[in-house]
Design a protein around this ligand. Structure first.
Ligand SMILES: [Zn+2]
Length: 376
């Protein structure tokens, strides 16, 4: 309840946060959950996730265990399952694929308290922190022991490294049982990222999956929607979380909200609000999604990869979220003694989505991501 009250206070005090009256209504509804009539539909069976069993109209919190191997002591994935009393879709949410991306993790901490499974249709699976080794180890991009990127490790391997076993468990318990998937990220601890955006594969998984993925990406309600290019010949090629889902035929989307390890409601609240929007769109909770009038569609992204190990100096005149034209100076890479190696300029015109925000740069790092505007 304290969580609810704090959230409510934020709604009242922070008009600029963009939280809608619809979210407020849902918060109030949830605060009345204790007196709500139980409406357990006889047609809804208990939901099973790993060893967890969730009765209709109930919430269960627990973990998906990842067994030890010869090389490590295993780990676990903390999850909450809210199983509605009425039939409906299974929506899976994954936070913490990258363990130092905190706004998704903090949004997932708040979300269960805003929902009442006795009033819900369908099932919500919340993965709070997918990558516990990276979270506890405070690493960027990679797991601290096997140095693998979980978002390049799908569909995973039940006898692989710890990152590969986490991917396998997520594929088995969270992605495959879902009717829809939202994989939630932010800029990593070294990345500036603005504006917050949702994204979906515009070419992968077949027409129906594309249309359903677009439907939830738009319903999420952010001002910016990115269309990922590319498709995948097999699930083994679909190494990204949401790519794995769409290649399996499951509509999926990504979210990016937050940056640089910063904890701020301006990054956390849009995630919470967006998930509730998608749940409304899917009929899991009552109401209509609260949508911006004219979201900006971005047709894929151009990246600049560093050719050097060294030190990155972002240009002080540019900020993420700016529209930059081709040739705009974005920063300089020097060696460790400060001698210039390369001046980085924008290869295309578009919205500067991601820019490295801290000095260390390694050969192969994607130091700049520019969103190319979709042709109307
Ligand atoms: Zn990420």
């Amino acid at each position: 309840m304290i969580l609810n009250r704090d959230f409510l206070k934020d709604v009242f005090n922070a008009q600029h946060s963009g939280l809608s009256s619809a979210v407020l209504a849902l918060v109030l509804l949830t605060n009345n959950a204790a007196v709500a009539q139980r409406d357990v539909g006889s047609e809804v069976s208990p939901y099973r996730l790993a060893q967890l069993i969730v009765e209709p109209g109930e919430m269960v919190q627990g973990e998906i265990p990842i067994s030890p191997s010869a090389d490590d002591s295993g780990t676990f994935i903390p999850v909450t399952v809210l199983h509605g009393s009425k039939p409906g879709p299974v929506l899976s949410l994954i936070a913490g694929i990258h363990g130092s991306e905190y706004s998704p993790i903090l949004s997932m901490q708040q979300l269960p308290a805003l929902l009442d499974p006795t009033q819900m249709s369908g099932t919500l699976i919340v993965v709070h922190i997918a990558n516990m080794p990276a979270f506890t180890g405070r690493t960027v991009y990679f797991g601290p022991t096997d140095l693998k990127n979980l978002n390049r490790s799908f569909p995973g391997d039940s006898s692989g490294t710890i990152t590969e076993r986490i991917a396998y468990a997520l594929t088995s318990h969270v992605i495959k049982p879902a009717d829809y998937l939202i994989d939630i990220h932010s800029g990593d601890a070294n990345e500036s990222l603005r504006p917050s955006y949702s994204a979906y594969y515009a070419e992968a998984g077949g027409d129906d999956v594309v249309q359903q993925s677009k439907r939830i990406a738009v319903a999420f309600g952010l001002e910016t929607v990115v269309q990922f290019a590319g498709s995948y010949d097999s699930i083994d090629d679909a190494i990204y979380t949401s790519a794995q889902a769409v290649t399996l035929g499951i509509p999926a989307m990504d979210v990016e909200s937050g940056e640089l390890g910063i904890i701020d409601d301006k990054y956390i609240n849009p995630i919470t609000k967006g998930v509730l929007n998608v749940m409304r769109e899917l009929g899991m909770v009552q109401g209509q999604p609260d949508l911006p009038e004219n979201p900006l569609f971005i047709a894929d992204r151009a990246r600049i990869y560093s050719e050097y190990d060294g030190i990155w100096y972002a240009d002080p005149l540019v900020n993420t979220g700016d529209y930059v034209t081709q040739g705009t100076k974005l920063g300089v890479i020097t060696d460790y003694l400060g001698r210039e190696l390369e001046t980085i300029t924008a290869p295309v015109s578009g919205v500067l989505l991601i820019l490295f925000g801290t000095p260390p740069v390694n050969e192969g790092d994607a130091i700049v991501v520019i969103g190319k505007l979709a042709e109307l």
